[in-house]
Ligand binder design. Structure first.
Ligand code: A2P
Length: 273
């Protein structure tokens, strides 16, 4: 099954919708990854910190799909910033894979000031073929700017929390300027009322889809990669079926203008694992 993809700066094609796997444990990830692949998913997003990479790898193998047909993204924790090769080796061992499609630095952790070193290591790991593409997660423009200034290489992807309540306009503009693709985590808003917003409910009724599908259409129409988590077969199906929803430019703008007072993204200058 082919799916819409975005071409990253290094030339690889990432499927726009992937399966988010937090907070699944190994057993659940194994079952849901297999099920998602059967439904048609070709992109799975995990992390060392989710503690489910073994389950993700097993689910991929259980599916019987050729390894090359599924895009696997993972991330390593702060303790590996000084030795990213060891970090990625751990990811690969747990996944049972010999390469990943996308390796991300999970958080910048500026308190330890080693994210440039981590990035330099990822550049080498990409050259060695252990990661087909490389990037970051939860990096602010200032962190990205430092990577670019000190290595001359921009991340291919920056994965950040993004949905209509936290539309991250400034960050997305910075990414676009530097050829960085935005990937959205918790794209459905982490159960914070987004899917009950009257505008979203109304657009869902107008287009004959669900509120979740409206939000994911907002992502993909703007060229974002998105990794919604679901463990439910019906919602897994819905979340992959978001490419033909004819939101207008006015709909997209109205969704972007939604706000939830008091909701702020995690501050990656002070938080990160
Ligand atoms: P479930 O796994 O039972 O489907 P996010 O990715 O923003 O963190 O959101 C994940 C949450 O949203 C999970 O609780 C998931 O529950 C739920 N969810 C996933 N897809 C949908 C959907 N299409 N509509 C409503 N809720 C959804």
């Amino acid at each position: 099954m082919t799916q819409p993809t975005v071409t990253l700066a290094g030339g690889t094609n990432i499927p726009m919708v992937g399966l988010g796997t937090w907070p699944m444990d190994d057993a659940e990830a194994r079952r849901v990854v297999r099920q998602a692949i059967e439904i048609g998913y070709r992109h799975v997003d995990t992390a060392e910190n989710y503690a489910n990479e073994r389950g993700v790898g097993d689910g991929i193998r259980d599916s019987g799909l050729d390894r090359s047909e599924v895009w696997v993204t993972t991330k390593f924790n702060r303790r590996w910033h000084a030795d990213p090769a060891a970090g990625l080796r751990g990811n690969l061992e747990r996944l049972g894979l010999d390469y990943v499609d996308l390796a991300l630095i999970h958080w910048p952790n500026p308190d330890q000031d080693r994210y440039v070193q981590a990035w330099q290591g990822l550049i080498e790991l990409r050259e060695q073929g252990l990661a087909r593409a490389i990037g970051t997660s939860n990096f602010k423009p200032a962190h990205l700017g430092r990577l670019i200034a000190e290595t001359g290489v921009a991340p291919e992807v920056n994965q950040i929390e993004c949905h209509p309540y936290l539309d991250r306009a400034a960050e997305r503009a910075y990414h676009a300027e530097h050829g960085i693709v935005t990937a959205a985590w918790s794209p459905l808003g982490r159960n914070n009322g987004l899917l009950q917003e009257p505008l979203i409910v109304e657009l869902a009724a107008r287009y004959g889809v669900t509120p979740g599908q409206v939000v994911l259409a907002w992502d993909v129409l703007q060229g974002m990669v998105t990794v919604p988590k679901s463990s439910n077969p019906e919602r897994l199906r819905q979340n992959l079926d978001v490419f033909d929803i004819p939101l207008t430019a006015a709909d997209v703008a109205a969704l972007t203008s939604l706000e939830s007072p008091g909701l702020v993204p995690a501050d990656s200058d002070v938080f990160g694992h």
